[in-house]
Design a protein around this ligand. Structure first.
Ligand code: ZN
Length: 237
């Protein structure tokens, strides 16, 4: 028995640095395997006068030069939830943006599939795969994970397997959003009153510059400054 326990302890020590679920002691003192669920944020509870700007997917950079200039000039610490297939089309755009602004790239899966239709192993391949590609492309590991909307947009876009896989792949949190303020086609959503801790969702593309101007003006009017989401959304808070 003690040999088995010793083997388990050694196995746990090996698994911990890989971010895998660590065995936890139950109330009776026995060892149970407890999956570590990443926390989910649709909003951040904070006393700081901040909000969070997130930009998804990454397609359409060829018509988003103005948006990049704005992000750089205003030093916006945007969280970019990019798809490898999108940033690989225009690495110069993102490398320049990351070099000259406080923006960071976060995890949005490899292929934008609906997590709730995938097995636990498939979800893990999507999230860890995107993490690995980002690390080699940008030299920086994502710390947040945003599940993709899926084709039929049935909420929620994640389940407990997603939260476990996010932890295993190095994410500190699963992040959704408080307000989707993306202009789609000719329709611009009304700008709500923004509050501290709000997470705003935008998308890369030709509409981004206008959307950013609108959101930054609303943030200014509310006395809020953009802050970096990875520094606020994690389990310790
Ligand atoms: Zn997306």
């Amino acid at each position: 028995m003690s040999r088995i326990r010793g083997t388990l302890a050694a196995l746990a020590a090996l698994l911990l640095p890989l971010g895998m679920a660590a065995p936890a002691a139950d109330a009776a003192g026995g060892a149970v395997a407890a999956p570590v669920l990443a926390p989910v944020y649709t909003h951040v509870d904070t006393e700081d006068p901040v909000l969070f700007i997130t930009i998804d997917d990454g397609w359409g950079t060829e018509s988003a030069a103005g948006a990049r200039k704005l992000l750089i000039d205003r030093r916006v610490p945007a969280s970019l939830f990019l798809l490898p297939g999108a940033y690989q089309r225009d690495m110069d755009y993102y490398r320049t943006l990351l070099a000259h602004s406080p923006a960071r790239v976060e995890n949005h899966t490899v292929s934008h599939r609906d997590m709730t239709t995938l097995t636990a192993a498939e979800q893990r391949a999507e999230i860890c795969g995107a993490r690995d590609q980002q690390l080699s492309a940008f030299g920086d590991s994502p710390q947040l994970f945003r599940p993709a909307g899926g084709q039929d947009h049935q909420w929620p876009y994640y389940n407990d397997d997603t939260r476990t896989a996010a932890t295993a792949c190095g994410a500190k949190a699963v992040v959704t959003w408080t307000h989707d303020l993306t202009t789609w086609g000719s329709w611009t959503p009304p700008t709500p009153e923004l509050n501290r801790g709000d997470i705003v969702l935008l998308h890369m593309g030709p509409q981004l510059e206008g959307d950013l101007k609108r959101v930054l003006a609303a943030a200014d009017a509310a006395g809020l400054r953009p802050a970096r989401l990875r520094e606020y959304a994690h389990a310790a808070r």
